[in-house]
Design a protein around this ligand. Sequence first.
Ligand SMILES: Cc1cc2nc3c(=O)[nH]c(=O)nc-3n(C[C@H](O)[C@H](O)[C@H](O)COP(=O)(O)OP(=O)(O)OC[C@H]3O[C@@H](n4cnc5c(N)ncnc54)[C@H](O)[C@@H]3O)c2cc1C
Length: 459
Amino acid sequence: MGNSYDVIIIGAGLSGLSAAHFLAKLSHAELRVAVIEKTSRPGGAIKTFNSEGYQGEWGPHGFLDNTPESQELLRDIDLYREAQQAPLGDFFRYICHRGQLERLPQSLSTALKTPLVSVGGKLRVFADLWKRPKMEDQTIADWVNYRFGPAILPLADAAVSGTFAGDFNRLSIDAVMPGVRALEKETGSVLRGLIKKKRAARGASKLARLPSMLNFPTGMERLVKALAGKKEIKYNAAVKGIRRDKVWTVSTEAGEFEAAQLIVALPVNQALRLLSAFKAPPVVEIPTARIINVVMGLPDSAEVPYGFGYLAPEQEHRFAVGAMFTSHMFPDRSPRACRLIEVLVGGRRHPERLTLSDSEIEARAVKDIGALINLPEPPLFIRVLRTEHAIPQLEMDHSALLRWRQSVESDLTGLYICGFGWDGIGMNDMIKSARKTAAAAAAGGERWMEELQVKPVYF
Ligand SMILES: Cc1cc2nc3c(=O)[nH]c(=O)nc-3n(C[C@H](O)[C@H](O)[C@H](O)COP(=O)(O)OP(=O)(O)OC[C@H]3O[C@@H](n4cnc5c(N)ncnc54)[C@H](O)[C@@H]3O)c2cc1C
């Protein structure tokens, strides 16, 4: 009976750990819960880097403080006050435009003046008010082009590279922005829908403020370590197979475990490997994108513009997808009189760059950044971080995959699926989906539909 539980959660990444947290919180009875993890540490993609006084991230660098489920989680584990905040309203974000960094407009008045889009391009955006919504799914590029015109494509491209490390010619608008699509279909126009929503929010006296980016003084790993806390986690126990008789039996490298309910909190492809025997999925696997982070310590003479960082649309033909100006966002992550920036390379469009040697990546990243930012002296510190965690891409077959998940969950009593790439890819998406999953498991399988969210900031 030692290996028998009420609920087993596979995966001790942010999804699995959040699901365990909410399960304990939302269950009326005290449940025996075990989290089963392949590696020897919690956190999955979330891992903080520390060397010679520089602190960077292998995975996520920040998440926005605008999601109630994440706020709840942080309060529950007493991390809300500890979190460092970088308010979007106080920082600039930059786009690489014709070889230079231009500020991304943060308000209507700056949007009207921005050199990023021509006057004709700006006027074309309003055609959205008359364009009839297309009901079928489209790539993000096709959708943006149809609704807002070609002048907006570089901005959308940068947004998609900055979040998914993805290719907007392949990602599905229905999968990536379901809330915006619902608004478009309901009101006939994205702009009209947004205006309506804003008016309704004012009526409900909600303060319209831009959110803040969050991280922790000791890095993002703080969150997953705090979540792992006193939970029962079986480390070094890669799951090899799952059986279902009267209960669920999970076979791992560290033995077999049984439970009445099973939460699979894994990235889409790992979940498909374990679950496809129960019902054939529409795809064997989905595409993923890997990204390299070049952690760069710069002397004080480097003229890093004030802001979060920049993104480069593909048409700019740059080596780096973009960079985060970490020292501006979250100070004290480098030795005194130095600055830290983190440069991103690779992604869905440039997997070939992942195969370059560290020294070549370092040299090309420094050259690329040096053409955008004045670097009178060479970097003081440079390190190439290659994470094995890839970002799932929500491309055109994603809707079919979600229908498959729904049918598997309803056919197989006691099975719940969440994790990286199912309901989005960001940390807020994971926490939200994990809470929903935990609530359904705590209620013995009862699920509810929720209102689709329109995110105010996509990058
Ligand atoms: C490079 C990169 C940058 C990112 N940047 C951001 C960002 O800035 N902001 C943001 O909001 N999000 C960002 N993300 C996304 C964020 O990291 C994810 O949303 C989140 O970490 C996913 O958590 P997860 O638990 O679903 O998956 P994972 O973190 O992948 O965790 C899954 C866990 O399951 C374990 N596992 C896998 N297979 C098995 C098995 N067979 N048996 C047992 N255990 C198994 C793994 O070891 C892992 O611990 C980034 C992701 C990456 C990769």
